[in-house]
Each structure stands twice: as structure tokens, then as C-alpha cells.
Design a protein around this ligand. Structure first.
Ligand code: CO
Length: 455
């Protein structure tokens, strides 16, 4: 392409690949405003790639070489591929989360203010940066339960239009605002929805989206979401910003890697996407549930293995726990560790923590580094500053149910838990490449304790 001075700027083929991949992610995020939508859209991707849906309530009959997926609460999903031969050796799992911080719509949400406005009563879901939710178009999406003649039916809804805004208070009425503000979620974070004539409209709008009438909606799990779509930006299109990059960026990459995955004749390859990571994972469908254990043990049983075989398989298994990581912030460089400084577009981040909030140890890190090396993907390291306690993630929680060699990884990003986060345009593709190679590599430990990476 030419700029005004006629100098040729060549965009490399590779750069285009990265940008196309980021655009694909941006579209996926646009179509996936809540964890329910994330899992519904993953299910579509899996079906397209020949994965067959199975139900936890049914008796499973799994075939060698088969591709399957199972959901729980419609907000968590575990997909897996069976090896082509019966010489099953281990499980190789990539895990990420489907949820992101948001505001949940409370029961009886409509509130009338000053006999003129209708606002919506909401509560926090997860620990978010509150300020960036202000002064931007928001909408509502989630799941409702509809009463039908045949019974109670869960229906996904997305009011796909600008529906409400949480307005700031004018600076004239709060001259001190730029010196720091403490947000009260019950006062400061209440979205304006309409004028008083719209006082019964919320339920009607939701019912219309669900294709029913307001009286037929028995219950709902609804959330606010940011209407701003993802953008690629920067002097050389280096960056992207979008809602929910934590952790849809990793979850999308892991599902893509599994659907693209070629044969690994010894491993059951698994991709586990859990809901409720942002609220501690202790739900029936979270990483702190029996979901992963139930699926892995049933796979083993379906292959005719006994309980000792299952324990042996787990002892030889490996897990990637993929959740986004903090990049060094250009305005707050001092917040990062002095010697471990991850940047966007500089490779996959391996997370370390001495207190094992991150599961990474020397063995799991070295196995993952070797896999990345095989496909030319760079790795970087993240460790909290010793005087700043960090966040937590899925890996160690999941390990309390199924204990496996695990490495905590992620992609470097800025503004984590803002409704509009920033990441590197190359990183989604890096993660897909690395996880794909992970699935194609049989990780085998021999009696002398040597780990061999085959494939
Ligand atoms: Co996360």
C-alpha cells in the first residue's frame, strides 16, 4: 500500500494472518456477550468440526477416534478427542474460563427515580474496574427460563441494541472527582433505562427477545454488557481492544486448537472451559466442581479401564491452565516485577508463584517451553512483585479435584477486568499454535523420570 508520499509500506503476509485471527476473535466476542453465549458459540464451532454432543445424564458410548463435547449449566463445556487406537496413555488438557466480570440484573430490577426515570437494579458479578462502565452504551444478555406447555425451557437472550447507560455525575457537582472517587455499586453504578412511561418495559423487552410474553418468563440470569465492539489499533496495528479478552482470548484459542488438532495416538485431548472463575469457581459448573473429574473418569470407564488405570493415566497427564496475564503497563512500569516483564505481542506468558497460586513448577514450565520451541512461539514469564499480592486462577483449584502436572499460562494484556481490555494483535495466533502443538505432542514420562515429548 502507498502513503501520501508514495513510499511503499509492505504489510507482511504474516501480519495479515495475525490481524485476520484477531478479527475472528473480535467477531466471536461480539456474538458472545455472556458465558452462556460463549459456550453456545463454542458448541457451534465444535459441531462444525465433527464433535458430537453428549449429555451427562445419558449412558456414554465413546468410539476410538471419536470427537465429543459435554456442557454443564450451558455455561461450561468440556470437549475431547479420543485417540485412534486403544493404546490410551494419558489426558492432555487445556483449560480456560468462559465468564468475565459484569453486573447481574437483580430480581425485580425496575426502580423509579424522581417520578421521572426508570433505572435497573444490578449487583456486581466478579471484581471489575467500575469507572470504565460509566458513560457508554450497554445492553443486556443472558438466559431466561420460559414456561411452555411442555415444561420449563432455558432460552438465550441478547437485546442486541443500545439499551442503557450508567451516567457519570457532572464535574460541576463533584469538583473533587479527579482526585479519586470511591464507587458505591448500589448508588453510582445503576444504569438508566428509560423514562417513567417505560416502567414495565424491561420484562417486555426481554420476553420479546425470548419469543414469548412477560408472564411466561419464570426466572432469569441476565447481565449487562458493553456494546463497544472490538477494534484493532496502534501505529502499526499492534494492539486490539475488546470486551472480555480475559478470558475469551485464551478460551477461543484452546477450542480452536482442539478443533484443528490432528491425531495424537496416545492421548485423550481435552479442552475444558469453566464458568464462574471470576467469583471463585465454587459452583457446580466451575473449576472447583466435579465436572472435569467426572468427564475424565467416564472417558476412562468407557475405554474399559479400571480405577487403577485411571489413576495411572492421571499420573501421566498434563494440563495447561490458560488465563490472561498482566503486561507491563507503560504508565505504571513500577507495578511489574523487576526481572519478569511480559509485553504484548512478545509471546505466551508462563506464570509463577512461590505460594503455588499458580501451579507452574520447573517440570511443567520446561515441558511447555519445549512445546513452544517446537513451533517457534516465544515465551515470557510473569511473577508478582513480592510486595503485591496477585490474582488467582483455575489451575490450582482444578488440581484439588484432578491432580495433574500443570502449567499456568496466559496472554499479556492491559486493563484486566475493565469492560474494554487491551491485548496484542499477534497473541491469539501464538496461543493457538502452541496449544495445537501441545495436543499433537504425546508427553510421556519413563521410569527414570525422564519426560519425552513425542510428535
Ligand atoms: Co481470567
Amino acid at each position: 500500500m502507498n502513503n501520501e508520499k508514495g513510499i511503499k509500506i509492505k504489510m507482511s503476509e504474516n501480519n495479515n494472518d495475525y490481524i485476520n485471527r484477531s478479527k475472528e476473535l473480535i467477531n466471536f466476542i461480539k456474538e458472545s456477550p455472556t458465558a452462556f453465549h460463549v459456550v453456545n458459540n463454542f458448541s457451534k464451532m465444535l459441531e462444525k468440526s465433527g464433535f458430537q454432543k453428549i449429555n451427562e445424564k445419558d449412558k456414554w458410548k465413546l468410539k476410538t477416534g471419536g470427537r465429543y463435547y459435554v456442557t454443564r449449566n450451558d455455561s461450561s463445556v468440556i470437549a475431547f478427542t479420543m485417540p485412534n487406537k486403544q493404546n490410551f496413555y494419558n489426558f492432555q488438557i487445556a483449560a480456560a474460563h468462559s465468564d468475565s466480570p459484569s453486573f447481574k440484573i437483580k430480581e425485580n430490577p425496575g426502580m423509579i427515580e424522581d417520578n421521572n426515570y426508570v433505572t435497573l437494579n444490578v449487583e456486581k458479578y466478579g471484581g471489575m474496574l467500575m469507572a470504565p462502565w460509566l458513560d457508554r452504551p450497554l445492553s443486556v444478555a443472558g438466559r431466561v427460563i420460559v414456561r411452555e406447555d411442555s415444561g420449563l425451557k432455558p432460552v438465550l437472550v441478547n437485546v442486541d441494541r443500545d439499551l442503557c447507560v450508567i451516567p457519570n455525575l457532572a464535574i460541576h457537582m463533584n469538583r473533587d472527582v479527579n482526585n479519586g472517587i470511591k464507587y458505591n455499586p448500589q448508588k453510582d453504578m445503576i444504569p438508566l433505562f428509560g423514562e417513567i412511561a417505560s416502567k414495565d418495559k424491561f420484562e417486555k423487552i426481554i420476553a420479546m427477545e425470548a419469543g414469548t410474553d412477560a408472564d411466561s418468563i419464570v426466572s432469569a440470569d441476565l447481565f449487562l454488557y458493553n456494546r463497544e465492539v472490538g477494534k484493532i489499533w496502534g501505529a502499526d496495528n499492534e494492539f486490539m481492544s475488546a470486551p472480555r479478552l480475559d478470558d475469551v482470548m485464551c478460551a477461543f484459542s484452546c477450542i480452536k486448537a482442539l478443533t484443528d488438532n490432528k491425531e495424537n495416538s496416545k492421548s485423550v485431548n481435552v479442552c475444558a472451559i469453566f464458568d464462574n472463575e471470576e467469583v471463585g469457581s465454587t459452583t457446580k459448573q466451575g473449576a472447583d466442581s466435579s465436572f472435569l473429574y467426572d468427564v475424565l473418569s467416564r472417558i476412562s470407564m468407557c475405554m474399559g479401564k479400571d480405577s487403577e488405570d485411571f489413576i495411572r493415566a492421571c499420573a501421566s497427564s498434563f494440563m495447561l491452565s490458560a488465563d490472561n496475564a498482566h503486561a507491563v503497563h507503560p504508565n505504571y512500569k513500577e507495578k511489574a516485577d523487576p526481572t519478569n516483564r511480559p509485553y504484548m505481542n512478545k509471546g505466551i506468558v508462563i506464570k509463577y508463584n512461590a505460594n503455588q497460586k499458580y501451579t507452574t513448577d520447573a517440570i511443567s514450565a520446561s515441558i511447555f517451553k519445549e512445546i513452544c520451541k517446537k513451533v517457534g512461539v516465544e515465551v515470557q514469564s510473569y511473577v508478582n512483585r513480592s510486595d503485591i499480592p496477585g490474582g488467582s486462577t483455575l489451575g490450582n483449584i482444578s488440581n484439588s479435584h484432578v491432580s495433574l502436572n500443570t502449567v499456568d499460562i496466559g496472554l499479556a494484556q492491559l486493563a484486566m477486568h475493565s469492560p474494554y481490555e487491551t491485548a496484542g494483535v499477534k497473541d491469539t495466533e501464538y496461543m493457538i499454535k502452541a496449544v495445537k502443538k501441545f495436543y499433537e505432542t504425546a508427553i510421556m514420562a519413563d521410569e527414570e523420570g525422564i519426560y519425552r515429548l513425542i510428535g
